[in-house]
Design a protein around this ligand. Sequence first.
Ligand SMILES: *[C@@H]1O[C@H](CO)[C@@H](O)[C@H](O)[C@H]1NC(C)=O
Ligand SMILES: *[C@@H]1O[C@H](CO)[C@@H](O)[C@H](O)[C@H]1NC(C)=O
Ligand SMILES: *[C@@H]1O[C@H](CO)[C@@H](O)[C@H](O)[C@H]1NC(C)=O
Length: 580
Amino acid sequence: MKNLKSFINTFILINVISRNVYAKPNIVIIMADDLGFNDVSFHGSSEIPTPNIDALAYNGVILNRFYTPPLCTPSRSSFMTGKYPSKIGMHEFVIPSDEPWGLPLEEKIMPEYFKEAGYKTALIGKWHLGFYKKAYTPTMRGFDSFFGYLGPYIGYYDYTLKMHDRNYSRGYDMRRNLKVNHIKQPKRYATDLFTDEAVNLISKHDTKDPLFLVLSHLAPHAGNEFPDNPLEAPVEEIKKFDYIKDPKRRTLAAMISVMDQGIGRVVTALNDKGIMNETIILFYSDNGGPTEGQHSTAASNHPLRGQKGTAYEGGCRVVACIYSPLIKRPQRVSNDFMYVTDLLKLFTTAASIETDDESLDSVNQWETISEGLKSPRQEILYNIENAVGYSAIMYDGWKLINGSENMNTNTWIGVSGFENVNVSFRSYIKKVFESEAAKSLPKLSAVTIKEMRAAATVTCENSEHSRDVKSTTGLKLFEIINDPCEQHDLVNAYDEKVSFLVALLENHIQNVVPSKRKLMDPNCDPAHFNYTWTWWQEVDESTSNHSYKDTLISIAIAISALFVIFLLIQGTRTKKAFQK
Ligand SMILES: *[C@@H]1O[C@H](CO)[C@@H](O)[C@H](O)[C@H]1NC(C)=O
Ligand SMILES: *[C@@H]1O[C@H](CO)[C@@H](O)[C@H](O)[C@H]1NC(C)=O
Ligand SMILES: *[C@@H]1O[C@H](CO)[C@@H](O)[C@H](O)[C@H]1NC(C)=O
């Protein structure tokens, strides 16, 4: 009894201490899906204006060398775990909705760290880290709440996914927590729906707990596959971009614009709630934009080479910026190397959460961002993609690519946008000043905007003749600080660099675990589940009905314990009787 009391006292004390220390900023991570490097206006082109995102960027720190694996599932796996995808079997392709695999359950993921530390954790929008068993879904893995879709994408107005290369029925994919969320007609444009949800969640949030919110947008990913309309946006929004001649890119601009306006509303909601001074907002894209090929949106990573799904910079060097009043040296462009795995240590450090797991590939970038200290990261492992057949690594500005895939998308395919639009700098600045986000943020000067925008614009010489696009196999070496557009393959000029990087890469190759990918399972067919996408395999023995099973076990243990006590008492009595 005494022990129990002191245990309870210690427990209360620990709770009181952790409540009293202010070190729990709200974390708001806004992720875009497939946004191109050249598809925001703070990178230099005004073709697609993103004044709200830009206002955040200019007020905070532009993360100008922020890297991810070039594909969704590997990138999101790294974000969630702080580990290289090849170390956890998540490095190959993505998870189509009919394949029975997902982010391994033994991995501790980001919301779990924050939930343990007393945060309210929420995911809005895309998951795409597996759902064939219930145990793999967001609310079973550290998110207190989930509103969104489990698969790779959905239609922007019907929230369904139809795999046109399969015979399954079309399936609805939108839920609140574990339940399918049937939304009545007329359906709201998905980007607005997710923005509404985020604004609502923030305004209703009980500020006695800090908030960890991941707003994982569908935008500007293609909504569905042909013959469905892949690119959807409100007609009146598309009209604003009639200066963009390519109809596909015109719609893309509208899709991005709706997301940008939504981000303005999220910033306003945080400000109205009075919690902006204790909040960190990160905006980034999960990978580069798809200019051509499957799910292409006419995105542009100009002037970077390649696109989504390639190891070139256009696939992996992504749009990223961070804003917080807690940043000590804001209004800067950081050219430090950062990798998506670093977000785990960045946010846990900012929230004073211990992460002493040695298997993490995450380095803390908080002081780099807040104070401008040099980044501890020198190496980027882009990915080791054995299924497609490429791997790439960078150390101190020297990048080695081994093999690669589609020759057509390994070149410079994104538009610059300059030919389409002639917006004066003055009118661009006016847009940023008048954006909804700017009203909740500190006052910016035109000079700051001009300087930061110039510093965040990548420019490359345009020397077609030096471009080596012929080889797609073998080793290639680029010096990406001076040649960010990967125009000059130096593989034959620097033997020592090549052998150093090969050794480094081989070191990582030793740590590659087999891919978790599994063959498709037709039992997933939404026709079996009232035309929804849902978990379709046996309830997971070990995890999914945790509480139910635990209860049964507890009852069994309690009954056994009572029985043992009964036997003991009986035994003592018999003994006593015997002694008498
Ligand atoms: C779809 O069904 C047709 C007709 O039953 C069959 O020939 C085809 O192989 C099926 N396709 C797939 C991808 O299962
Ligand atoms: C943020 O503002 C609120 C309300 O003005 C205040 O109570 C709180 O102490 C502030 N937090 C920080 C970290 O300055
Ligand atoms: C490069 O890729 C080829 C083909 O997959 C492979 O045989 C070779 O070992 C790789 N080289 C390195 C350094 O990883």
